[in-house]
Design a protein around this ligand. Structure first.
Ligand SMILES: *Cc1c(COP(=O)(O)O)cnc(C)c1O
Length: 391
């Protein structure tokens, strides 16, 4: 089955719900047993890992439908839901490490994931080393006997370097480490981490899965090797998501395969136009042929999302502000993956330690939404006109 058919059909079981196309939104903490025998049977099933409903925290048909759909799309053994994308990064890491371990994390990692490692994990005796996202198989030289996990993010969500995931994963696995990857940019539609040697695939479902900027959610999908530890950490940390948010994510997932091509096409169109403006130092978008990550992107990815970066040549703050402040269709805000376009000022250099950010000019990140691309271009043209008037 193709992925765009899978997102429509997977996880749905109308026969269990009076024929309803979508599973009902179960608001449930207590789930009653009818007898002592049923209660004991459920406990025994649970101990054997049989899916079912025992208590709201362990899942309901609403959350299980989404888990099943994501697991099929990722080609994984187990999927768990957590309340945010950051929780997905944290729980996935916690499922792999213990005191005294060492982890290797890509230097372009999402900032809060970096902080989770350097502040939280450090308190429990787990040491983090950050590595050049472009190191590839060279990561072998950084692996130590106590390196338990290697955390990837490709492309990085501020600086957009594409990593050689198969080479990194093979080198990490050769030394027995678990490979984790934050795959939020590409979604499992455009990149399949588990098929490229990753053990734990992380999605900030807040972005393209939810797709409408109205809920926070994370998913972690494990291959067979990592599944048991993931399930245990998820349970022991008491992770659970509300039924309404799970329902919004399931609803978003159903249209993801028609939304993404539009985000992709509009993003490339905007990026190409921006790259031609004389005030622009660089556009960071691996789907553009001149991008340093383009060859790897072509080799490994089936598409691009609508998120990319822009580095301006050094300009006065007033000129930069004039570009951003007058935009009408691009909201100034964090997050992305919704139907609407966004612009976010950013400083990728502030969140790295193993590599340098060599651009002195101001930067911003664009999320290309589902608006008519000509309208978005006209809005950006106005922005560059205002910028020029202040040079
Ligand atoms: C947004 C984001 C996250 C965190 O997701 P939240 O749901 O906001 O916690 C993690 N990783 C990447 C790459 C993101 O863009």
């Amino acid at each position: 089955m193709h992925d765009d058919t899978k997102v429509i059909h997977s996880g749905r079981h109308p026969e269990r719900f009076e024929g309803a196309v979508n599973p009902p939104v179960f608001h449930a903490s207590t789930i009653l047993a009818r007898s002592l025998a049923e209660w004991e049977g459920k406990k025994a099933d649970r101990a054997r890992g049989v899916p079912g409903t025992y208590y709201g925290r362990m899942g309901t048909p609403t959350t299980q439908a989404l888990e099943e759909a994501v697991r099929e799309l990722e080609g994984g053994h187990a999927t768990v839901l957590v309340p945010s994308g950051l929780a997905a990064c944290a729980v996935a890491l916690l499922s792999t490490v213990q005191a005294g371990d060492h982890v290797l994390i890509t230097d372009n990692v999402y900032g809060p994931t970096r902080t989770f490692a350097t502040r939280f994990l450090a308190r429990f005796g787990v040491e983090a080393t950050f590595f050049d996202p472009l190191i590839g198989a060279g990561i072998g030289a950084l692996m130590r006997d106590d390196t338990r996990a290697v955390f990837l993010e490709s492309p990085g969500s501020l600086s957009f370097e594409v990593q050689d995931v198969p080479a990194l994963a093979a080198a990490a696995r050769a030394r027995g480490a678990t490979v984790l990857m934050d795959n939020t940019w590409a979604t499992p539609l455009y990149f399949k981490p588990l098929a490229h040697g990753v053990d734990l695939s992380i999605q900030a479902a807040t972005k393209y899965v939810v797709g409408h900027s109205d809920a926070l959610l994370g998913t972690i999908t494990a291959n067979e090797r990592a599944a048991e530890r993931l399930r245990a950490a998820h349970y022991e940390l008491g992770q659970t998501v509300g039924p309404d948010d799970a329902n919004l994510a399931s609803r978003g997932l159903r249209t993801m395969a028609v939304r993404l091509p539009r985000h992709w096409a509009t993003g490339v169109r905007l990026a190409e136009w921006i790259a031609r403006q004389p005030e622009v130092e660089r556009v960071l978008h691996p789907a553009l042929p001149g991008d340093p990550g383009h060859a790897l992107w072509k080799r490994d990815f089936a598409g691009a999302s609508g998120l990319f970066g822009v580095v301006l040549k050094p300009v006065a703050r007033a000129a930069y502000a004039a570009l951003i402040d007058g935009l009408e269709l691009f909201g100034i805000g964090a997050s992305w993956g919704g139907y609407e376009s966004l612009i976010m000022p950013m400083s990728p250099g502030d969140t790295r330690s193993a590599t340098n950010w060599n651009y002195p000019g101001p930067c911003f990140r664009i999320h290309a939404g589902l608006e008519q691309p000509d309208d978005l271009l006209a809005d950006l043209e106005g922005g560059f006109r205002r910028l020029r008037a202040r040079l």
